[in-house]
Design a protein around this ligand. Structure first.
Ligand SMILES: [Zn+2]
Length: 462
């Protein structure tokens, strides 16, 4: 944050903060080191048609504040204060969408940053004060700009103010793990086999080990490495060199593969393919009872050969059912963008991504956070992931039991996201009630169309 301590700021108004063709809010202005006030949205006709658009659709300027924050950074600005005067704006809704991202600590590669100017969002009420004007004056500016298809002269002069927005930063170090097997007659060419070895860690006291995501892929990658190394020892090494790449930081935004592709150990120009594995440890609902399948994504996107080579190799060895349903670029899951192969694809290296699909129980942490929020909104006191010690022989033992939710120190709520309740679930909750000497427990299954039919009430001497 540029405002680690309280800092006096005299911002400057730069209209929509756009530069495209002949339209420039920055023309003839030096904003180096300055703090900018920028309108969200883009110049539009009274009917709402964006005037800078060539196809009638909103441009990136209108839909993505990040484009403006990036341009501001390029121009050397210190920060941007975004204000929204569009008649359809809903500041509360916008904040609702952004707040979780803004409030959560994030992990990013150390060199990233500087790409976008630090951005602040100003409520409409505060924006009037900040700009020292009224919505009507800004509205007139917006209209005139749209009519002229260019920024127009204005008398909008933001007021001076003081701001403190401290941010805590600390360095976290981590590493990718690389294994290299030299090829024979085509050893200059590199084939990458990748999987990520990080997972979520501990969230709210709950340990997420990541056996499936992506312990399974990491083990798969190691098994492939072992097989190829053995073959090489026996004189049957691969023609191309193979790089076995265990990535770190995938769950924090594909950081390990981003780092590798930006700082490659072997030249990207001769890296011919990345075969990436993420989550091959389980069977999804669509393939229950049919274990020999794998989803394949991206194999036909950047190479004219990879797809055919894969199909042929699969026919000769293993013969899995190759399922391409997520390969559709319009698939709403967007898996193509969601694991490490994507960073290789960004560098135009052909990729194929292998996985076995997702499972509803990944969602338990999400349901827990949402339900906690709802209960607190209703005025109830809620604790999450409450440790439940066991007293044995007069000694308190921490055995790792945790209550998902404890409401008003009275009711235990355990959340599941499963196909069906298992008798173990009720047994576990009964056990928790006895140990905690509480009387009422609720077992909720969120993985159903209607929650109300999937609540199990368990009592202990009530
Ligand atoms: Zn993963």
């Amino acid at each position: 944050s540029p405002f680690q301590q309280a800092t006096a700021v005299q911002p400057v108004f730069v209209g929509y903060g756009i530069e495209q063709g002949n339209y420039s809010d920055y023309a003839g202005r030096d904003v180096k080191g300055k703090d900018l006030v920028i309108l969200l949205g883009e110049p539009s006709t009274p009917e709402g048609g964006p005037v800078l658009s060539t196809d009638g659709n909103p441009t990136k300027w209108g839909v993505d504040f990040r484009a403006k924050a990036a341009l501001a950074a390029q121009k050397g600005a210190r920060s941007v204060f975004f204000v929204d005067y569009s008649p359809n704006s809903n500041f509360a809704k916008l904040m609702g969408r952004l707040a979780p991202r803004v409030m959560q600590p994030i992990i990013a590669a150390a060199e990233v940053g500087g790409g976008r100017a630090p951005s602040f969002f100003v409520s409409p009420a505060l924006a009037d004060q900040l700009l020292g004007t009224t919505a009507a004056v800004v509205g007139a500016y917006e209209k005139a700009t749209a009519a002229a298809k260019a920024p127009v002269a204005n008398k909008i002069k933001p007021v001076k103010f003081s701001i403190a927005a401290p941010q805590d930063r600390s360095a976290v170090s981590t590493e990718n793990v690389l294994g290299f097997l030299p090829g024979t007659d085509k050893k200059e060419e590199i084939l990458v086999v990748s999987a990520h070895y990080d997972h979520l860690g501990v969230i709210g006291g709950k340990v997420y080990n990541g056996a499936d995501d992506d312990g399974s892929g990491t083990v798969g990658m190691l098994a492939i490495a072992e097989a190829f190394a053995k073959a090489a020892h026996a004189g049957h090494g691969p023609r191309r060199s193979m790089l076995f790449l265990a990535n770190t930081g995938e769950e924090k935004g594909l950081l390990g593969s981003q780092y590798y592709t930006e700082h490659p150990v072997y030249p990207l120009a001769s890296t011919v393919t990345d075969l990436n594995i993420d989550m091959i440890g389980r069977t999804d609902a669509a393939h229950e009872g049919k274990l020999d399948y794998v989803y394949v994504i991206g194999s036909d996107k950047l190479s004219s050969q990879l797809h055919a080579v894969l199909e042929e190799a699969n026919q000769r060895h293993g013969n899995l059912a190759l399922d391409y349903r997520f390969n559709d670029p319009n698939d709403p899951n967007r898996f193509y963008y969601r694991s490490d192969h994507y960073n290789f694809a960004v560098h135009k290296i052909p990729v194929a991504f292998f996985f076995n699909g997702v499972h509803a129980d990944l969602m338990e942490a999400v349901y827990e956070a949402a339900l906690t929020h709802e209960l607190q909104k209703a005025g109830l006191r809620v604790e999450t992931q409450v440790p439940l010690p066991v007293v044995y022989d007069g000694v308190r033992l921490e055995v790792g039991y945790r209550l998902d939710l404890l409401v008003e120190d009275k009711v235990i709520v355990e959340l599941k996201s499963v196909e069906n309740f298992h008798p173990m679930h009720a047994k576990q909750l009964t056990n928790y009630l006895k140990l905690s000497k509480l009387k009422l427990g609720l077992l909720l299954n969120f993985n159903v169309p209607s929650l109300k039919d999937h609540i199990v009430r368990i009592v202990n001497g009530l």
